[in-house]
Design a protein around this ligand. Sequence first.
Ligand code: GTP
Ligand code: MG
Length: 299
Amino acid sequence: MSETRCGTLALVGRPNVGKSTLLNALLEERLVITADRPQTTRHAILGIRTDGDDQLLFVDTPGLHDGGRRALNRSMNRAARGALFDVDIVVMVVEAGRWGPADDYVLEQVKQARGIPVLAINKIDALPKREALLPYLAQAAARHDWADLVPIMARRGENVPRLLSVLRGHLPPGPHHYEADALTDRSERFLVAELIREKLTRRLGDELPHQLSVEVERWREGPDKREIHGAIWVERPGQRAIILGHQGSRIKEVGIEARQEIERRFGRPVRLELWVKVRSGWTDDLRALRQLGYDSEQG
Ligand SMILES: Nc1nc2c(ncn2[C@@H]2O[C@H](COP(=O)(O)OP(=O)(O)OP(=O)(O)O)[C@@H](O)[C@H]2O)c(=O)[nH]1
Ligand SMILES: [Mg+2]
């Protein structure tokens, strides 16, 4: 009889290095949202991959960052740190060719964790010269006692199979925690709210207010369509106007994009309605944060 193996793995790194893109590549599914913008991920999100006897329980985390004193920033950092300390394997993600104080800050946390440390060097395509990779690898290797260093291109999945096999090699023996076909423990409702936030993030670019959250307020399985109402929370009326766009054109485009992807992902026609609501100070209001699904300061 073969022995099963199962382990938890955290993907950590400074904001925008490609942790969520990497999780999707490792799962070969678009589970978590990504955007060319720091602080896209706000929660620790479980992504499960089962290959025969091996089960990998990945946790995507919000980019660790120093500073940002609002309750929302603290909640994001806490989610990342919480995931980091409990896991068997810590995958720190960096951008090839770059190592700054923000990466040092993450490395300090990685050094305090008990998991096996692996360094994933992402965005190798963005290096101006390929020859720069070897010296970068040598410098990165000297920074910590890494079990492995693997250069990858998460966006195109390049060398991700190699990283996967390295990670499988570090899995501890143990029973599987989930069915072989499980992908996450998050609800469809959560994933839909995230998808809407992704479309907003991508469409708004630099105009995007940091103080934005999406909540699915209503979910009804109708006879031929699923009916979903989403509330987009912002802090100020001016932000509401930005999201609505000229004569509501922007929110309409976001709604169409989100609906199409929700239908593709979950395989049912959807009627999606979005409202923008103003709630002043919610990013620093613990009760509001909890209501919107962020963990509480106490918890
Ligand atoms: N050039 C290049 N870009 C990449 C690669 N992998 C990811 N990106 C891009 O990097 C940006 C950030 O990706 P995310 O996966 O959202 O980054 P993240 O680390 O999860 O960011 P936070 O959740 O904000 O901490 C996106 O625009 C990705 O498309 C890569 O291999 N090469
Ligand atoms: Mg992310």
